[in-house]
Design a protein around this ligand. Sequence first.
Ligand code: GNR
Ligand code: NI
Length: 176
Amino acid sequence: MSKLNILEFPDPRLTTVARDVDTFDDSLKKLVQDMTETMYSANGIGLAATQVNVHKRLLVLDVSENQDQPRVYINPQILDSEGDQVHEEGCLSVPGIYASVSRAENITLRAQDLDGNSFEEKLTGLHSVCVQHEMDHLIGRLFVDYLSPLKRNMVRKKLEKQRKTAAKEAEEHLVI
Ligand code: GNR
Ligand code: NI
């Protein structure tokens, strides 16, 4: 298993639209294992392939309390959605930024598993939020795209500042 690098906003590669997975082989299993390890190690509850610069339609998540129920959804499709919910969201590609986003409350999802078998699930609450957040990544969309351009610019500036501070600290450590 290996940990993968997570792309960060405003990296243009995060705007790539992913393509369907059509080969269910060992390299797909390895990718899912690596994505799951990357998600756990970053303390995330979900990860889309787009975030690790793989532009295929798949996502992993684990919304269980003990972080011991990893799930994978390949070629996910929302068949039906109803209701609304507002949830505070964060994103491993937009570190340290949180904002309320309105999404469907319940979704009926069709996806494939690692062997290519199709299944359907009805999802609610955080599970539903997380799948919708990840599916947005697969079409090149981030939760900050729901904010006003002004707020999105503030996010960009804050991340730039965080990166500069981190780089400066790394340099100082080197000098000392
Ligand atoms: O770790 C994550 N937490 C989270 C919280 C609320 C709504 C969505 C998420 S997904 C996010 C991980 C991530 O960036 N997935 O793409
Ligand atoms: Ni995200």
